[in-house]
Write a protein that binds this ligand. Structure first.
Ligand SMILES: NC(=O)c1ccc[n+]([C@@H]2O[C@H](COP(=O)([O-])OP(=O)(O)OC[C@H]3O[C@@H](n4cnc5c(N)ncnc54)[C@H](O)[C@@H]3O)[C@@H](O)[C@H]2O)c1
Length: 372
């Protein structure tokens, strides 16, 4: 049997990447025989453990990260997420180069000019040949963490993955896995793709979806609903740039909820979105959900919920499974979008299921009973 190693390349060494690399280290002692480990959705995915993931290359554009090794870059400003593991061990990030990627549309206007350290500081080094760097690194999977609104940069990294023969996991809301054009390219190249836009472990999206599903299962008509989110990390600062960069994020977050409402809901009765940048919150995110509906005899019910999370570990706890499933598909020679794990781990997958169904399909995929 071949060794269970997943060589991982990372595009965008921001807060989510930091939590992911910290987590690979934090959970390195987990074995097939470990009891249920708090924080993980799976200890092992067909033999792939958290420690099977070995970072081999990374790409960024910020001068505080480019040229550093990954174990240092993940703690460089403007990253501000929780440090839960500073013991990054050899082979799990130490000595892994952060290459200069091309900037393209990765830097919003606000990220160039904002006075605070939370903004990006563009490196003046020349970009590397990303396809060549991926090939040399031997990466199996490239995970994409571009800022919201980076359509061109995301397409660029997806194309590099295709050319370098690497599976792609798209954690942000530029639509790649969920579009026919890109899905066909990954089918043709026999390379797996999981996307788009990561659905956190216990985040605003999954909570809102589960509640919308609960209303439907109990015969309650959802009359109106909104979801507002505030946070103080670079993701929220970037989304403060203006509506132009936000459109795909709004679509992704809104469809994640409307897909769980059987009869649908009028567009003017639902409002879902990132709402404001509150600097002192750092990587803490606050989410406010409001739902109003009607049940028996058209009596009314309303619900108001406030969720507080640390944003980036919340996404990394999900990405760690998407990455392992992408490698599993690579081993099995399956190319194109992986619909089961995408529906489980992404807000805007090629096919939306109820979350319980998505979990069942993912387990069937892992057991090899479902092709994708
Ligand atoms: N819970 C979550 O945190 C969560 C959930 C769902 C989706 N996402 C999405 O994941 C993405 C990453 O989030 P984050 O919090 O890590 O963001 P971040 O702002 O902390 O990190 C983005 C990184 O990308 C780098 N970058 C910008 N342009 C680049 C380019 N062209 N090439 C290489 N690097 C480039 C930046 O320098 C920065 O280091 C965002 O789009 C976010 O919306 C996050």
């Amino acid at each position: 049997m071949s060794e269970k190693i997943i060589k991982l390349a990372i595009a965008g060494v921001g807060n989510c990447a930091s939590s992911l690399v910290q987590g690979i280290n934090f959970y390195r002692h987990v074995t097939e025989r470990s009891d249920l480990v708090p924080g993980l959705m799976h200890n092992s995915i067909d033999g792939y453990l958290p420690s099977s993931i070995v970072p081999v290359a990374a790409f960024d554009i910020d001068k505080r990260k480019v040229g550093k090794s990954l174990d240092l870059a993940i703690f460089a400003e403007p990253n501000c997420t929780l440090v839960f593991e500073d013991n990054i061990v050899e082979g799990l990030g130490q000595g892994v180069p952060v290459f200069r990627g091309p900037t393209l549309d990765g830097m919003a206007n606000i990220m160039q000019h904002h006075p605070e350290n939370r903004a990006f500081r563009e490196s003046n080094a020349d970009p590397v040949d990303v396809v060549e760097a991926l090939r040399k690194s031997g990466a199996h999977v490239l995970v994409n963490y571009m800022p919201v609104g980076s359509e061109k940069a995301t397409q660029f990294y997806a194309q590099c993955a295709l050319e370098a023969g690497v599976a792609f996991v798209n954690c942000m809301p530029a639509f790649i896995a969920s579009t026919k054009r890109w899905a066909d390219k990954f089918y043709a190249a026999s390379l797996p793709i999981v996307g788009d836009d990561i659905k956190s472990q216990i985040g605003a999206t999954i909570v809102h979806r589960v509640l919308a599903d609960l209303f439907a299962q109990r015969g309650v008509e959802l009359g109106s609903t909104y979801q507002l989110n505030v946070g103080g990390n670079t993701d929220f600062l970037n989304m403060h740039d203006g509506e132009a960069r936000l459109s795909s994020k709004r679509v992704s977050k809104t469809e994640a909820v409307t897909s769980q409402i059987p009869g649908g809901i009028a567009a003017d009765k639902i409002h879902v979105g990132p709402s404001d940048y509150v600097p002192h919150l750092g990587d803490q995110k606050r989410c406010f959900i409001d739902m109003s509906g009607y049940y028996f005899g058209r009596a009314s019910v309303s619900l108001r919920l406030e969720l507080h999370v640390e944003d980036s570990p919340n996404s990394a706890g999900v990405a760690i499974d998407a990455i392992r499933c992408a490698k599993l598909a690579l081993d099995r020679g399956i190319g194109g979008p992986l619909t089961s794990i995408a529906s489980y781990t992404m807000k805007h997958p090629p096919e939306q299921y109820r979350d319980v169904e998505a979990r069942e399909k993912t387990e069937a995929f892992i057991r090899g009973e479902l092709e994708r």
